[in-house]
Design a protein around this ligand. Sequence first.
Ligand code: ADP
Ligand code: MG
Length: 262
Amino acid sequence: MTHKSTTPPRDEDGVRLDGVDADGAHRDGAHLDGVTVRLGGRPVLRDLSLTLTERRICLVGRNGSGKSTVARVVKGLIVPETGRVRVHGMNPAERSAEAVAAVGFLFQNSDHQILCPTVLEEIAFGPLEGGLARAEAEERALALMRLHGVAGWRDRPVAALSEGQRRLVCLLAVLVMEPKLLVLDEPYTGLDIPTRVRLARFVAGLPQRILAVSHDPETIETADRVLWLEEGAVRADGPPATVLPAYLDAMQRAGAQEEAAE
Ligand SMILES: Nc1ncnc2c1ncn2[C@@H]1O[C@H](COP(=O)(O)OP(=O)(O)O)[C@@H](O)[C@H]1O
Ligand SMILES: [Mg+2]
């Protein structure tokens, strides 16, 4: 199901849509080339090569298949043992200010993300770290909060928010940095259905490229591309109409087999 083509797709101006410049440089999207990651002595990603330039990519697979590891490699939080990673032409593991700003990362657990006591401080934290004066950083945070109708939360303790509200705050704290690529690790897991639907709708309206690890059916169905990982390698890769039925079928069968083996 992997798409291979000898002539890369181009837009009407002749610019390659796969993010590779005429000189072969990867300036757009995320590019993994022969990436191998071992954690605790075990191979977690096995010689993985991916060109991630679609607007909406959904990463699916069973627990432990390596989805979060791919997300962390793209953000530069994990340095692969072998292989090359380029995100918008930069090595994210070098943690240059430009590379850090290019990729916004939403952790699976909001508690791993939240650094500040109040909502305004949390959303202003990135711009402040980036060198803006406090007043400017807070104004930028407030402008974004106003845009999304949550300016009233400014002095609320982050700890007092619901899980769905906390996730939105974390997302705004990421968006305030105006990243080019958003990496979301299970942004909807653990939310009730109305909260999930609202947050998913919010995410769907964002202009950024998004790589999302998600089990949310709507997120998978509306993706431009679904990547199915199994034991650190790509099991299937293609549009949701092709990958999703095969994935769901395999998951149903795995569930039935594991039940029978118990
Ligand atoms: N820090 C770590 N040390 C050792 N093994 C790890 C570590 N983090 C993840 N793993 C292992 O790597 C594999 C892939 O993990 P992960 O990328 O988190 O999978 P997923 O997100 O698909 O559930 C799992 O088998 C997991 O147990
Ligand atoms: Mg995970």
